[in-house]
Design a protein around this ligand. Sequence first.
Ligand code: COA
Length: 166
Amino acid sequence: MSKVRKAVYAGTFDPITSGHLNIIQRGSQVFDELIVAIAKDNYKHNLFNLEERTALVEASVADMENVRVVPFSGLLVDFCIEQGAGAIVRGLRVTSDFDHEFQMALMNRKLKPELDTVFFVSDSDNLFVSSSIVKSVAELGGHVEDLVPPVVAEAMKKKYAEQKKA
Ligand code: COA
């Protein structure tokens, strides 16, 4: 019997960007099933709450049949085991990502040696893209339409307009 190759791609996704989406598309082609895990708790001050972040990711991956979106809290490795996943997918953009990613991959492997981390190198168009940089441009009215899915560009516009009114 062949193994079902299930992987988890986790992040805060505040909000999901074209860079994340590119990793999800490629991950979904390599694995039988890719679970996009939305972190409930983190130490970041988020623009979108968990429900909003989840809904934006769901809308962005709606056309990908083998991708599931699931919020999670606690240790990522525990979530992976609970979901029956054998790998953690991560994206690498620039060399400065490497130290942190290397440390996380080693710690996750120490916690659960049966889980491997698989890295996808970012495509060149998204090397400079991060959620923070997109938010800072959108907040000041800059054009972000080619850096995030259309549903996210719309949601950011609405969110910043509401914040200005408040
Ligand atoms: N394209 C575009 N942007 C990308 C990207 C890509 N391919 N990959 C990462 N990014 C960006 C993210 O948008 C984020 O940008 P921001 O800081 O401006 O918001 C930044 O790079 C960091 O992303 P990421 O490394 O995914 O961090 P995160 O905070 O979103 O998520 C978790 C980190 C949730 C995966 C991690 O904290 C975790 O596993 N938590 C669970 C607790 C745990 O198990 N801890 C032990 C870990 S060893």
